[in-house]
Write a protein that binds this ligand. Structure first.
Ligand code: BTN
Length: 319
C-alpha cells in the first residue's frame, strides 16, 4: 500500500497547465533534486499517465490529472469527523478497510489505483490511475446478517443521488448493484459481508465510479460503460465527487439503520421494472417480467407460469 507524496501532488499540480516544464525548473519549484523529479515522472509513466518527456527540454502532461486531496475533499464534507484514508496504490480498497481496527463509526478509504480491484462474480475491476472513484466503506450494524438485505440497493441510491448533483437526469439503478446512465454502466458496487457474532454484522462496501475515464479506455471494456467525463464533456473534480458520495452514503446508511431499504425511492429509479429480463443465478437462466423489489431488496420476477418469485441474488440482463 502506497500513499501519494506531497512532492508528487505538487508536481502534478504544476504539470496540469499542459505546458512544457524543464527538469531544472521543476526541481527548483518543488525544492527537490532533479533526480527526484525524474523518479516522480517515472512513477507517473509506470501508472500509464500520458506524460511527454522531451530530451533536454522537459516534461508535459497531455491531459490534466486531478489527484485526490484530503483538504479538498474535506471542504465539501458535511461531517468534519468522517474517518478517511487516502491511498496511492493498494491491492483493493475493500481489503484495506477490512483490516482497519474495528470502529462503530463509518470508515472510508479512497485510492488512486488498485492492483487487484475486484468486481462482482470474481471479475477484475479495471481503472486507470487517478481517473475514477475507488471507494470502500466499512459499515457495522448491531443486527444479524439478515438485516443487511437491501443494503446494495440503498448504496446504489446513495451514489445516484450524489451524481444527480451534477445535473444528470436519465440515471437509474439496475438491480442489484449497478448505476446506469442511459443504459450504460457508470458505477458498480461490491458488498462483502460477514457475521461477527450474535447480533453484530459487518459489510465492506466497495464502489467504483467512472469519472475521468476517457473514450479510449471505455472502448476497451467489453460491455457498455460510460464515465462522467464522457457524459459531461470535460474532466470532473474527483475530490468534490468523492465528498458528495461520502455525504450521501452517511445519510443513506443512517436511514438504512433506522428503516431499512427506502422502497419508494428505489421504485423511482428501478431500471428493470416492467421489462422482460433473464436472470442468471448459479447455473440457471430464468426468464420473466421484472415487477420491482420487496422490502428486503429481493427482485420480484413474474415467471411465464404467472407465479411471482423473489430472488436475493443474480445477474440480470434484458431479454
Ligand atoms: C461490479 O462488479 O460492478 C462491482 C465493482 C466494484 C469495484 C470497487 S472499486 C473499490 C472497491 N475495491 C474493489 O476491489 N472493488 C470495489
Amino acid at each position: 500500500m502506497k500513499t501519494i507524496s506531497t512532492a508528487l501532488q505538487n508536481l502534478v499540480h504544476i504539470l496540469n497547465d499542459g505546458q512544457l516544464h524543464s527538469g531544472h525548473d521543476l526541481s527548483q519549484a518543488l525544492h527537490i533534486s532533479r533526480n527526484a523529479v525524474w523518479k516522480h515522472i517515472n512513477q507517473l509513466a509506470k501508472y500509464d499517465i500520458d506524460i511527454e518527456s522531451i530530451q533536454s527540454t522537459g516534461y508535459r502532461l497531455k491531459s490534466p490529472l486531478i489527484l485526490l486531496n484530503e483538504n479538498e475533499i474535506r471542504k465539501h464534507l458535511q461531517d468534519p469527523k468522517v474517518k478517511l484514508s487516502l491511498l496511492g496504490s493498494v491491492a483493493s480498497t475493500n481489503d484495506y478497510v477490512r483490516e482497519l481496527p474495528a470502529s462503530s463509526q463509518l470508515q472510508f478509504c479512497l485510492a488512486e489505483h488498485q492492483i487487484k480491484g475486484r468486481g462482482r462474480f470474481g471479475r477484475t475491476w479495471l481503472a486507470p490511475f487517478g481517473a475514477n472513484i475507488l471507494l470502500s466503506c466499512r459499515f457495522s450494524l448491531e443486527e444479524d446478517l439478515s438485516h443487511l438485505g437491501g443494503l446494495s440497493l440503498c448504496i446504489g441510491l446513495a451514489i445516484l443521488k450524489a451524481v444527480q448533483e451534477f445535473g444528470l437526469e436519465e440515471l437509474s439503478c439496475k438491480w442489484p448493484n449497478d448505476i446506469l446512465y442511459r443504459n450504460k454502466k457508470l458505477a458498480g458496487i461490491l458488498i462483502e459481508t460477514r457475521g461477527e457474532a450474535h447480533n453484530l454484522s459487518e459489510a465492506i462496501i466497495g464502489i467504483g465510479l467512472n469519472v475521468n475515464m476517457q473514450e479510449a479506455f471505455l472502448k476497451q471494456v467489453d460491455r457498455p460503460i460510460t464515465s462522467l467525463e464522457a457524459i459531461l464533456g470535460m474532466p470532473q473534480d474527483r475530490n468534490k465527487i468523492a465528498a458528495l458520495i461520502i455525504n450521501s452514503l452517511c445519510h443513506h446508511l443512517t436511514q438504512f439503520q433506522k428503516q431499512g431499504l427506502n422502497k419508494t425511492e428505489w421504485d423511482q429509479y428501478d431500471f428493470l421494472h416492467g421489462k422482460d429480463i433473464t436472470l442468471h443465478v448459479g447455473t440457471e437462466y430464468i426468464q420473466g417480467l421484472a415487477t420491482g423489489v420487496d422490502a428486503s431488496g429481493h427482485l420480484l420476477l413474474k415467471l411465464p407460469s404467472g407465479e411471482v418469485k423473489a430472488y436475493s441474488a443474480g445477474e440480470a440482463s434484458l431479454s
